[in-house]
Every structure is written in structure tokens, then in C-alpha cells.
Design a binder for this molecule. Structure first.
Ligand code: SF4
Ligand code: SF4
Length: 469
């Protein structure tokens, strides 16, 4: 059995003004009895250090909204109300609750607890319109995390053989292509242009610590991150290959931006890279209309790894307008099914990114047909960044980020990944899947709202339509 993969979280608070869903206010009628200090297991209520006879202001940041203190205060002195800042952050995709949850996960690396049960809708758009089959949850699912049963989250990147051939002596005649193994099905993608130095180095160090890689513009691969070249995937246009020869030479993987030249002559491009480096090639394609056709053509031409990049809300980028844009879930399914139809699915590795915002999106993207995912914005949210969607995309980084020590920034990203890894293990355990590679395209473990909706009500509504006609 391989050595158990574990990410080590460590409580790493940041002195930031987080937005909280509710604010708790202690009224004048408080008699300082201290009952709230006992009922709140998250220690949101404490006595004042300078005068322990009195209560300190409630620490809303640690509150998990269970409402117990409100109910049990003998004087009804505690009030909880929606915070105005909360309603303003995020948007329709990056919901405020999501941002708060990511901040907390980066703080302690633990699986988030909502505390008050789930009271939201049971379906939505994109990944919210699919559920995973948790029928194995009757088994002790924590085994995966705590040791008795090993659940592997490893994946590999590279081209695979469709079949093996043997010579007349029974010896393997096929040349098995090289692959790169990662311990977690998540790559980092550079989240913003012009990263400040400590954030850039922290991203690279965090990627190395959890045994994954970061996709980074080749121009940003400077001497301060050179020692981590095993964990850096230089990203460049085909025309820049000669400019970055030295960077390419050290890389295990290289990401090449898609263009018509790449589509029309992948073997030529591969040959050019091969002369400089043994790196496997990732083709980075925007999630445009008919991306499935492009992926199929590239796979037939010998492409090894394809990275499909949707926008920050997981929408198709070009081609369709407004509400007609496909979402990442549907794009991945279309690509996967096209490759299955062409009988070439096993030959290629598919990375999906854009709108991977929560741990659950990783296994869901894989169930839809991706081999692994890449994330960007959540890494910035781990550092306390705020996202606004309206009137346009805005990512506000916390003030003073440049002065935060490197180990703290690194640890917060590691914490976020520790929390996601635990959640992925929980989901895999509950689905009865013990190996992340088996998640790919395993739609038997997923329930899609549009399919059960059609199955349940489709005929009924068809009949009604027929009657009204
Ligand atoms: S339980 Fe109520 S009265 Fe007692 S200390 Fe807390 S807020 Fe004050
Ligand atoms: S609502 Fe629950 S978690 Fe929040 S402060 Fe009160 S007791 Fe603590």
C-alpha cells in the first residue's frame, strides 16, 4: 500500500476584517451571567481580559450560526442580524456564504461546519444541479481520513495507450508513454496578473508542499522560484518557445496556449518542444463553443493533456451569448462524451478549470468526465481577498498583503487544500470510490437534476402541451 497522503493544516489566523453573515450585538440588559460563554462551543463569547466581571464584545468571526446563545440568554440580551457587507460581496456564482467558508477553511484547514443545518434550495445551476450518490454513507466514512481504509486521491497526467501490443515472444511491444503523478486532483493556476513577490513564492511553495504543480506564465518564472521547477508548469504561446528554452528544459510539464497553428499542426509543435525538453505538453484551450470538436481533433493528432478553461463563474467564454452559455459541468460532459464516442477517451488527460470554487466541485467535475481540475480565485480568497461580480468582476486583495510573512501565506493555501482534501475523501468514501482515477466519467455515481426532472415530469408536461395544442 502506498504511503498515506496527508496535508498538514495549522491554525493560521490573519488580522483581517472579515465579512460575517450575521453580526451579534450584546444589549444593555446583559447581566454578565456568563451563560453564553458556556453554551457557545466556538468561544464567540468571552469575558473581558481587563475586567472579567464584564463580557467582551462577541467575536462574530468564529460564530457558526447555531443560535444557541440567542435562545439560552436568560435576558434576551443577544441579537443577531444580517450584516450589510455580507449581502454586498460575491454575486450569483461566488455567493457570500462561499467566500466566508473559504476564509474559514484557510484559517484552520478543517471541514466547514454550518451549524444551523442546510436551509437553502436543493438545486441550482451548474454543479448545484447535480448530486452525488452517497449510498455508501452507511459505512463509517471517516475511515478514509483516519486511517483504516486507504482512499487515494492521486491522479496522473499524460497520454495513455488505448491498448497494449505484445510481440511473438509475449514481450510488451508498446512503448508506454511517460506520465506525471500528482497526489491530489487539483492544480494551481496563477490567479491574477502581476502577482506580488511573496504571494507568487507562497503559491509555488504551497503547490510543492501538497505535491501538485502551479501553472504560471513563463515570464514570471524568475530566480526566486527556480528551485521549485518540478512543481511549476510554464505557460506560454507557441511563438515563445525559443524565448523560454531554459525554463522549458527544467519543466516536467509545459502549458501551451491554444491557437489555430496548434490545432493544425500539433505533431510539429510537439517535435519542437521535444528537441528542448522531455516535458509533457498541456494545450490550454478557452471553453469556447464546440470545444469538444477541438479536443477530439487534438486527441486524434496525439495531444497528451488538454486544459479547458471556462470563465471565473464557470461559463463558456466565446461563441454563445448571455444565458445560452454552457456551464463547466455541461462543457466537461460534452467533451467526455465526444471522446467516448470517438473511442479515444482513455488516451488523453482532461483538466477542467474556471468556477471551481468549492471542494465538492472537484469530484463533481471528475464525475462529469474531467481527470482533474485547476483552481485560481480560491487561492486568493484564502488570503482574505473579496470577489465582487457586479457591475463587473473585481478581486480586492487585502491591504498589507505584501507585508504578510511568506510562511503564513503559504500555510493558508495549504490549509485550504487540507480542508478540500478531507472533503474530497468524505465524498469519495460516501460514494464507495477508493481511487480518484475511478471518478472520471463515473456518472453512475451522480444524479443530474435535468435528467430526473425530465424522467419524472417530462411525459406529463409533454401530454399537457399536446392537449393545449
Ligand atoms: S447569557 Fe445573556 S445575560 Fe448572560 S452574559 Fe451572555 S448575553 Fe449577558
Ligand atoms: S450563534 Fe451559536 S456559534 Fe454563534 S455565537 Fe451563538 S452559540 Fe456561538
Amino acid at each position: 500500500m502506498p504511503k498515506k497522503y496527508h496535508i498538514h493544516p495549522k491554525a493560521t489566523p490573519l488580522d483581517l476584517e472579515y465579512v460575517c453573515k450575521f453580526k451579534i450585538v450584546r444589549g444593555e440588559n446583559c447581566i454578565n451571567c456568563g451563560k453564553c460563554t458556556k453554551v457557545c462551543i466556538y468561544e464567540a463569547h468571552k469575558r473581558r481580559k481587563d475586567d472579567p466581571r464584564k463580557m467582551a464584545d462577541p467575536n462574530t468571526v468564529v460564530c457558526r450560526n447555531c443560535f444557541r446563545c440567542i435562545q439560552e440568554c436568560p435576558r434576551g440580551a443577544l441579537e443577531k442580524s444580517l450584516d450589510n457587507d455580507f449581502t454586498n460581496i460575491g454575486g450569483a456564482f461566488w455567493k457570500p456564504d462561499m467566500l466566508i467558508s473559504l476564509w474559514k477553511q484557510a484559517e484552520d484547514g478543517k471541514v466547514p461546519v454550518s451549524g444551523a443545518g442546510y436551509r437553502g434550495p436543493f438545486t441550482g445551476t451548474g454543479f448545484d444541479s447535480m448530486w452525488t450518490d452517497m449510498s455508501e454513507i452507511v459505512r463509517p466514512t471517516r475511515d478514509g481520513i483516519h486511517g483504516r481504509e486507504y482512499i487515494s486521491t492521486s491522479v496522473d497526467l499524460g497520454r495513455r495507450l488505448n491498448h497494449l501490443t505484445f510481440d511473438t515472444n509475449g514481450q510488451l511491444a508498446s512503448k508506454v508513454p511517460d506520465t506525471v503523478d500528482l497526489s491530489i486532483p487539483i492544480l494551481f493556476d496563477t490567479p491574477v496578473d502581476n502577482l506580488i513577490s511573496n504571494v507568487k513564492v507562497a503559491l509555488v511553495k504551497a503547490a510543492a508542499e501538497i505535491n501538485t504543480c502551479i501553472i504560471m506564465p513563463a515570464v514570471d518564472i524568475t530566480s526566486d522560484v527556480e528551485e521549485y521547477s518540478n512543481n511549476i508548469i510554464p505557460c506560454l504561446a507557441p511563438t515563445e518557445i525559443d524565448t523560454y528554452k531554459a525554463v522549458l528544459k527544467k519543466a516536467r510539464l509545459v502549458s501551451i496556449e491554444y491557437s489555430d497553428t496548434v490545432l493544425n499542426d500539433f505533431p510539429g509543435l510537439k517535435e519542437k518542444i521535444k528537441k528542448l525538453s522531455d516535458a509533457l505538453t498541456i494545450i490550454r484551450i478557452p471553453a469556447m463553443k464546440d470545444v469538444e470538436g477541438i479536443v477530439a481533433k487534438l486527441t486524434h493528432s496525439g495531444a497528451e493533456i488538454i486544459h479547458i478553461v471556462a470563465d471565473y463563474r464557470g461559463q463558456e467564454l466565446n461563441g454563445s451569448a448571455g444565458s445560452d452559455r454552457r456551464l463547466l459541468k455541461d462543457i466537461i460532459r460534452a467533451v467526455h462524451l465526444r471522446l467516448v464516442e470517438d473511442r479515444i477517451r482513455d488516451e488523453i488527460t482532461i483538466i477542467a478549470s474556471g468556477g471551481i470554487a468549492m471542494a465538492e466541485h472537484v469530484p463533481k467535475a471528475m464525475l462529469c468526465g474531467a481527470d482533474l481540475t485547476a483552481i485560481d480565485i480560491p487561492l486568493m480568497i484564502a488570503l482574505g481577498a473579496r470577489v465582487y461580480e457586479e457591475p463587473e468582476k473585481l478581486l480586492i486583495l487585502p491591504e498589507g498583503l505584501a507585508k504578510i510573512p511568506l510562511p503564513i501565506i503559504t500555510q493558508r493555501m495549504v490549509n485550504l487544500m487540507a480542508a478540500w482534501h478531507s472533503q474530497i475523501l468524505e465524498m469519495m468514501g460516501a460514494m464507495g470510490i477508493r481511487e480518484a482515477r475511478r471518478l472520471r466519467g463515473e456518472t453512475g455515481r451522480a444524479i443530474f437534476f435535468e435528467e430526473i426532472d425530465k424522467e419524472t415530469f417530462g411525459r406529463l408536461f409533454k401530454r399537457r402541451e399536446a392537449v393545449s395544442v
